[in-house]
Write a new protein. Sequence first.
Lengths: 112, 112
Amino acid sequence: LAKTTQPISMDSYEGQEVNITCSHNNIATNDYITWYQQFPSQGPRFIIQGYKTKVTNEVASLFIPADRKSSTLSLPRVSLSDTAVYYCLVGGALNRDDKIIFGKGTRLHILP
Amino acid sequence: SAVISQKPSRDICQRGTSLTIQCQVDSQVTMMFWYRQQPGQSLTLIATANQGSEATYESGFVIDKFPISRPNLTFSTLTVSNMSPEDSSIYLCSAGNVNEAFFGQGTRLTVV
């Protein structure tokens, strides 16, 4: 399983776009990149997943450069309710029974 | 998607006793996992609950301390045995795979 590195914490203001970058230098060819969000007193929840280039859904966008050694989660126009911990995970889609290992995550704090 | 129901949601236990946490999934899933999360920390994988066979434990976790059952594809239990205050933590059940995992709300355990 590829190791991931993220900033420990970030602060931003309501209405801003927030970009959280994750490094995964040892990503394997078949690995996908998945981001989870965890609010206090809740379990993590899936946000977005991608393999390369750009993926967008109703919550976020995920940008993956051609070398796939990093990825950036982009949250548009954040609100106070986006305050949470964001985890970047890398795992093999071909081996769908991979165990799920969490890194330290990024603690995002949105200020009014 | 899958809905994970975990109980109890919280408990306060005396040291030396044991607590069994139940995890029910609303659909059949191949993979189920148990995690521990200390306040302000990331999730640490305890074990993979294998249906019909012994769980696969991560380094630092042993079956005698954390026995796990997985009698079918929708249910698992984790027992925290012979508890000490160091076992105070949030215990989370998860189902799915690295591409999209679903989590219960967690069990907040306090050992006194």
